[in-house]
Design a protein around this ligand. Structure first.
Ligand code: 5GP
Ligand code: ZN
Length: 116
């Protein structure tokens, strides 16, 4: 895949602060955090957006949610008294800017309103 910043992070070509990784997924700190914890969870496979997720990706898609909670645990947000938010952006109005599907995991402060 040419010119995909998240594929470059997967390949180790550009640096990122890795919070979790396994054979299918990787999580790292967002470069412009919107909350004290702001991580991105991505599949190693280049899937451009949720629109390209297929039946063959069903376990991968579920795994990304599992990884989001694992990241939240590692960040001390997994207790119900703490908590966090998971967001997937899609399309122009949804605000997706990087065309490699990703989950935002945000927390560490009260999140109010649509995006806090
Ligand atoms: P989107 O708007 O596509 O849902 O979110 C993309 C996110 O990726 C943004 O929050 C942005 O700050 C983050 N981001 C973009 N480029 C980089 C990068 O090179 N490294 C890291 N760690 N985050 C990035
Ligand atoms: Zn990619």
């Amino acid at each position: 895949m040419d010119q995909c910043v998240f594929c470059d992070i997967v390949a180790g070509k550009i640096p990122a602060t890795i919070l979790y990784q396994d054979d299918r997924a990787i999580a790292f700190k967002d470069i412009h955090p919107q909350a004290p914890t702001h991580a991105l969870v991505i599949p190693r496979e280049h899937v451009p957006s949720v629109a390209e997720l297929r039946g063959k990706h069903q376990y991968l898609a579920a795994h990304l949610i599992f990884v989001a909670h694992e990241v939240a645990k590692r960040e001390g947000l997994a207790a119900v008294e703490k908590g966090y938010r998971v967001v997937i952006n899609y399309g122009r109005e949804g605000g997706q800017e990087v065309p490699h599907v990703h989950l935002h995991v945000m927390g560490g402060r009260p999140l109010n309103g649509i995006m806090g």
